[in-house]
Unconditional design. Structure first.
Length: 182
């Protein structure tokens, strides 16, 4: 009888387990989803040419002279002016950080080429407004000299006569990683 009781208890437990698990169902489903998102566009141009493939060259005709002492589009001691290199990031769907650096120059004594204040690094903020993503990098050019100048600079000034003076400028554009709230 003890054995029958054990069998009876075991049978009841098996029956209860079967009833419990047979009564409760587990809902399951499997599905797939596909998302898509468009990558932002990138377009930075220097004088209408992609910045990565351009070798923009400027000359005396591109300089806005405030004082010019040379003739035939030449520079001479006493001349001052500036050039503005046009940069257009229209078409980029990100903020752009534009950095300008002047390379090594072999300019005569008293001649300088400097980036204007704010032209060495500037952010072009994304905008849909016409013309808002256009900036200019300004380089000031001056060759010191005056009627009253008695300093002995003639040797270096004369060494530059008739030569082409080079002012290398490197423009670098990169995406700004500053976060904004949508």
């Amino acid at each position: 009888m003890k054995g029958d009781k054990k069998i009876l208890v075991a049978a009841i437990l098996v029956l209860l387990l079967a009833v419990c698990f047979g009564t409760y169902a587990i809902y399951r489903a499997t599905g797939n989803a596909t998302g898509s998102i468009k990558a932002a566009t990138w377009s930075v141009k220097v004088k209408d040419t992609d910045i990565a493939s351009t070798n923009y060259t400027f000359g005396a005709d591109d300089i806005t002279w405030t004082t010019l002492t040379g003739y035939n589009h030449t520079i001479a001691p006493g001349s001052e002016g500036y050039i503005e290199i046009p940069v257009d990031a229209t078409g980029s769907e990100v903020d752009v950080v534009l950095t300008a650096t002047l390379g090594s120059t072999n300019l005569p004594n008293g001649m300088t080429a400097t980036l204007a204040s704010g032209s060495d690094s500037q952010t072009i903020a994304y905008s849909e407004t016409e013309g808002a993503m256009k900036k200019k990098v300004r380089i000031n050019i001056a060759w010191a000299g005056a009627e009253s100048d008695t300093a002995e600079k003639d040797g270096t000034d004369l060494a530059a006569k008739g030569t082409t003076l080079s002012i290398p400028v490197t423009l670098t554009a990169k995406q700004s990683l500053t976060h904004h709230n949508p």
